[in-house]
Design a protein around this ligand. Structure first.
Ligand SMILES: NC(=O)C1=CN([C@@H]2O[C@H](COP(=O)(O)OP(=O)(O)OC[C@H]3O[C@@H](n4cnc5c(N)ncnc54)[C@H](O)[C@@H]3O)[C@@H](O)[C@H]2O)C=CC1
Length: 405
């Protein structure tokens, strides 16, 4: 990107420390000056606020990355579902610059404003190009999909089978954004759990997050006959290596979904694949994917499968500790292509271990998951720390046995 990356990064570092202020200012400015715009956003703005900063952080940390243009093209293509227009992009730009000037204080110079205005202009140009390309190719802004099956496992998990009303092309390993009229204007991403089928149906594995309106609606309220909206597929689990190479798949919780899709594809395309699969769950009765993993192992005899859970009564992260011991006992890491899926903290921890074991970063494939909960940046003052204490992390220790519909 032909902007001054150094200046962009140094101002962003100042703004980042005051992320709460910047984001509050941004949305207040946007909604106050453009009254119709509030209706385009969900009622609960908290996850939205985090997402804006996550996207900005991605851009700022990848300014020199040639893949940034593709990321922004996809973002623009994806923003068609929000009915994003040139007028909206312009309004957002004005509020963003205003918010940054407010948050950066004396660090906001004429040069900084010029660099940010230029950078934002380029971002919009690339996003708009992505949107135009998709529209030109006849891609809908979203796909309506009928729920044809809803299978519950325990209290906190459901597998939904959907049939999109128009052809929905995707690659195994990709995810899709989902919206339901039960939670207006909220979109959440879920990985597709199967390779493309002749009947066009696709499965999503949804884990209910305590307090999560969308996952609760999908697990507890949604049923066959209902219509959901899907956005264009995306994700980083699409890299493929030539057949014959060694492969390791590691998944935790509903991270099983994209790995299941990848293995279905492999069972079809390279049944003599040599590799290992680690399926991690917080407890034995949360291993809802085990029957499917066993069936795939039948089709992939060269796949070594290991199931790992926390010991009874132990906290769920003990499963990750056990996984790490298992990974350390394995060999040939530099020769393996590794596919990873699971909670963000799990991905971070596992990637670190794989690096120590000698797997090159270009051989570890996983999605970039949005940060969970409130801003992850450090509060800059004691007062900010008091106003925004970290959220408690907890889980619902309930069983995931299949239930009668
Ligand atoms: N493409 C992907 O990477 C996918 C990611 N996911 C993510 O997986 C999660 C699924 O949640 P659940 O099924 O409820 O999983 P969960 O909460 O039951 O966790 C499963 C296991 O992951 C490990 N884990 C969880 N949090 C960890 C942390 N902070 N540090 C280290 N290890 C940790 C623990 O071993 C735990 O037993 C969601 O966060 C979802 O976003 C889900 C599907 C696809």
């Amino acid at each position: 990107m032909p902007v001054d990356p150094q200046l962009i990064r140094s101002t962003f570092a100042v703004v980042e420390r005051r992320a709460e202020h910047a984001v509050t200012f941004f949305y207040s400015h946007l909604f106050w000056n453009n009254p119709g715009v509030r209706g385009l956003f969900p009622e609960d703005m908290a996850p939205q606020r985090d997402r804006l900063f996550a996207a900005l952080t991605h851009v700022v940390t990848h300014l020199e990355d040639p893949a940034l243009a593709a990321y922004l093209g996809h973002l623009g293509r994806d923003h068609r579902k929000f009915l994003a227009s040139p007028a909206l992009y312009a309004a957002v730009g004005e509020s963003l610059i205003g918010a940054f000037a407010h948050a950066a204080g004396s660090a906001w110079t004429i040069e900084a404003e010029k660099a940010w205005t230029e950078a934002y202009g380029l971002v919009v140009e690339l996003m708009q190009a992505g949107a135009d390309e998709a529209a030109g190719a006849g891609e809908p802004a979203w796909w309506d999909a009928d729920v044809v099956r809803h299978q519950r496992y325990g209290d906190s998990l459901a597998v939904l089978t959907l049939r999109p009303r128009q052809p929905f092309p995707y690659l195994p390993g990709q995810y899709v954004s989902v919206s339901s009229l039960r939670v207006p204007r909220v979109w959440r991403t879920y990985s597709i759990a199967n390779a493309p089928r002749v009947d066009g149906t696709l499965d999503l594995h949804v884990s209910r997050i305590p307090g999560g309106a969308m996952s609760t609606a999908l697990v507890e309220e949604t049923g066959p006959g209902e219509v959901l909206r899907l956005s264009a597929p995306g994700g980083g689990l699409t890299a493929r290596t030539p057949a014959g190479g060694l492969r390791t798949y590691i998944c935790a919780g509903t991270g099983w979904a994209p790995v299941r899709a990848l293995l279905e594809e492999a069972a079809e395309a390279e049944p003599d694949l040599e590799g290992r699969l680690f399926v991690v769950a917080r407890a034995k009765d949360h291993l809802y994917g085990r029957p499917d993993a066993e069936a795939l192992k039948e089709r992939l005899p060269g796949l070594n499968v290991t199931y790992i859970t926390a010991a009874p009564g132990r906290r769920r992260d003990q499963a990750t500790e056990r996984l790490i011991h298992a990974l350390q006992a394995c060999e040939q890491w530099p020769a393996h292509e590794v596919y990873l899926a699971g909670p963000p903290g799990f991905l971070t921890e596992t990637v670190e271990v794989l690096t120590e074991l000698g797997t090159g970063p270009d051989r570890v494939h996983h999605d970039t998951l949005p940060a969970v909960g409130r801003f992850t940046v450090r509060p800059s003052t004691a007062a900010e720390r008091l106003l925004g204490p970290p959220q408690l992390q907890w889980h619902n220790p309930e069983a995931r046995e299949p239930r009668e519909p």
